[in-house]
Design a protein around this ligand. Structure first.
Ligand SMILES: Nc1ncnc2c1ncn2[C@@H]1O[C@H](COP(=O)(O)OP(=O)(O)OP(=O)(O)O)[C@@H](O)[C@H]1O
Ligand SMILES: [Mg+2]
Length: 500
């Protein structure tokens, strides 16, 4: 056995993140660790990678008992991790980020030529070509994720731990990553994969291990289980209609938003968009398609070069998010770490932030009222927490994402702009989010949603707009959905394969 954990437990005040969990992985094995948001997956990974110390239990490396003296010690012994929350240094360039902590030297000098060559090689194998000198902080979340992957590929590792590496990658990028995983496996390198996209597990893994509420539920050879069986192990119940559509169309003819000629070079180019009351509009586009920039432009977070926006029939000048909020527009951004949440503040304040003024009385903030509102919002979204006064940063990744949405719900806007709302969300909670979107539209609100997973858009949307290199390539109405055509259009191709 390459690495083994026996009876490991990790306790935080009020939370049993892991209770006596066993785990093992052999050289050349690809193992999935699966479970709902907050099940303890990232906690187990951090223990295996020496980033946190377990309260109970032991680790064995090559059969010998081992205690890692921090993550660097584990790295030196060949255990590399891509953490769920990206560790990119925004001020540094792409190549500097890739080699951060293990710069290559030639004699006493840094060997930038060698580093550039290697970084370029790995990034192009991943099918990504951001400029090596670009500032990492200016790249999209998906591009940053590719840098994280390149970073760990550039180290000589025996075990590579990947905590949701595919959460914001497109299908092609995932395929490239999995090709790399296959070649690592052939070299005898072990890989642990965490993902909420269950089909990925069946594509690449040999074995899976299931956690629920910090407990070990079981393990299975991949050939001996199917998706339904896995969902039952994860949730402890069957979800037989989880691919079923429950949507009743409530879209009306009334336009709530009309955008004309939106242009912000070089990201979006002459985009027309309409949104009706009660409608769920999807935007299908790959990384670099301008989907996030389009949302931000509508929201007034970025200045437009050209174009006009009408809200409820009158011209809107959305020069700032504050003005957008006044006009009834709310945005749940893609990058929760820098834009969505204040991680050091309690969950309750985060959830009620946009509506905080409502809870201010003559004697200051009415904490009771605020907590009740926050509790209600968090329950609607199945946020798993020990106490609402915990900092939001203590929540698991998926639960942080739910608080971003809770925050937006609490703001009580009319038009919801959701940028990748299901990123990192488990299968059960995803259903809750879809239900919530349909609830909102049934109440006369309207929603624009971005997702990298086109199947998800097909399920939840009334209309889908395909975006490629900042231009709308096609629009589909529910009833005419065709997964392949939507995907091709999002890649800038027509059905015949020609670039439009
Ligand atoms: N630093 C911390 N302080 C307090 N509680 C924590 C801390 N880190 C994690 N937890 C709690 O431990 C539990 C397990 O969290 P973990 O991050 O391991 O979940 P996960 O399975 O990775 O979920 P996700 O799919 O959402 O990423 C959660 O209830 C979380 O709130
Ligand atoms: Mg996690």
């Amino acid at each position: 056995m390459l690495l083994e954990a026996r009876h490991v437990s990790k306790f935080y005040p009020g939370v049993k993140a892991l209770t006596s969990v066993d785990f093992s992985i052999d050289a050349g094995e690809v193992v999935a660790v699966v479970g709902e948001n907050g099940a303890g997956k990232s906690t187990l990974m951090k223990i295996l990678a020496g980033a946190i110390e377990p309260n109970e239990g032991e680790l064995y490396l090559d059969g010998n008992s081992v205690e890692f003296d921090g993550p660097l010690d584990a790295q030196r012994r060949g255990i590399c991790t891509i953490y769920q929350e990206l560790m990119i240094v925004p001020e540094l360039s792409v190549v500097e980020n890739v080699f951060l902590g293990h710069l290559k030297k030639k004699g006493i000098f840094l060997d930038w030529n060698a580093m550039r060559k290697e970084a370029k090689g790995i990034l192009s194998r991943l099918g990504s070509a951001p400029s090596l000198d670009a500032k990492a902080g200016e790249l999209s979340v998906a591009e940053q994720q590719l840098i994280e992957i390149a970073k760990s590929m550039s180290r000589k590792s025996r075990l590579l731990i990947m905590d949701e590496p595919t959460a914001s990658l497109s299908k092609d990028e995932v395929a490239n990553l999995f090709d790399l995983v296959r070649s690592l496996k052939a070299e005898g390198i072990a890989v642990i994969l965490i993902t909420h996209h269950l089909h990925e597990i069946f594509e690449i893994c040999d074995r899976l291990v299931v956690l629920r509420d910090g407990n070990y539920v079981g393990a299975s050879d991949i050939k001996q289980i199917d998706e339904a069986g896995l969902v039952e192990m994860m949730l402890g119940r069957t979800v037989d209609n989880y691919v079923d559509s429950r949507r009743h169309m409530v879209k009306s003819d009334e336009l709530v938003l009309k955008a004309r000629g939106l242009t912000r070079a070089p990201y979006i180019n002459n985009v027309d968009l309409t949104l009706h009351r009660g409608e769920v509009l999807g935007i299908a586009g790959l990384m670099g398609s301008g989907r996030t920039e389009l949302m931000r432009a509508i929201y007034g977070a970025d200045k437009l070069d050209r174009g006009s926006i009408e809200i409820n029939g009158s011209a809107a000048y959305l020069s700032s998010p504050r003005k957008a909020l006044d006009q009834g527009l709310g945005l749940a951004p893609e990058d929760r770490k820098t834009q969505g949440l204040v991680l050091s503040m309690p969950i309750a304040h985060n959830a009620t932030m946009p509506s905080l003024l409502e809870y201010v009385g003559p004697f200051g903030l009415n904490l009771g009222k605020e907590t009740a509102a926050a509790k209600d919002l968090c329950e609607k979204l199945y946020v798993k927490y020990a106490s609402l006064s915990q900092p939001a940063g203590n929540l698991s990744g998926g639960n942080q994402q739910k608080v971003v949405l809770a925050k937006l719900l609490g703001a009580g806007t009319d038009i919801y702009l959701l940028d990748e709302p299901t990123r990192g969300i488990d299968i059960g909670a995803k259903e809750a989010i879809f239900d919530l979107i349909w609830d909102l539209t049934a109440k006369g609100n309207s929603v624009i949603i971005i997702s990298s997973v086109i199947e998800e858009l097909i399920r939840v949307c009334d209309r889908i707009v395909c975006l490629h290199l900042g231009r709308v390539t096609n629009t589909y109405e529910r009833g005419n959905y065709d997964l392949n055509r939507i995907m091709l259009n999002a890649m800038g191709k027509s059905e015949a394969g020609a670039i439009q």
